[in-house]
Design a protein around this ligand. Sequence first.
Ligand code: 2BA
Ligand code: 2BA
Length: 109
Amino acid sequence: MKLIMAVVQDKDSNRLVDALGDQDYKTTKLSSTGGFLKEGNTTLMIGCEDENVDRALEIIRDNCSHREQMVAPVSPMGGNADSYIPRPINVEVGGATVFVVPVDSFFQF
Ligand code: 2BA
Ligand code: 2BA
């Protein structure tokens, strides 16, 4: 068994959960925040058998779009100076960031 953890944009998350559910994947949706943009995103946990991982990855790929986002300069005042951005930059957000990790045990009590 594997646990797929997929960080996706909020706007893609409902469509993705529905598409996975249609193919009998079980999912848990967590609200998360990106460390760089400090904006909300969604992390999906999908526990599935090894042989179903590739199909899940395809569904994730098909349902998560890319977009560009301008990040405005951020003042370090009152914030963390490590994340100071001196001028606007364009970053590509979206698609999905996916981790596939082995599951040692799975219990439902
Ligand atoms: P954020 O950390 O808010 O990052 C949003 C986007 O900003 C990233 O998109 C990337 O294009 C850009 N970005 C991030 N750090 C940057 C930096 N130091 N300099 C310039 N641009 C930077 P994605 O790579 O598609 O990541 C989307 C979200 O996925 C991230 O949101 C984070 O929540 C998560 N993520 C990505 N890689 C991760 C990792 N290795 N571990 C855990 N979470 C990760
Ligand atoms: P939900 O997805 O909201 O599912 C709630 C309950 O509905 C499930 O209880 C199950 O009894 C039933 N159910 C789910 N999908 C179904 C389907 N396609 N057809 C018929 N009945 C279905 P649990 O199995 O105890 O799961 C409780 C919660 O644990 C789930 O909430 C989900 O958030 C999480 N979960 C369970 N298995 C998971 C997995 N393999 N991967 C990720 N999250 C999982």
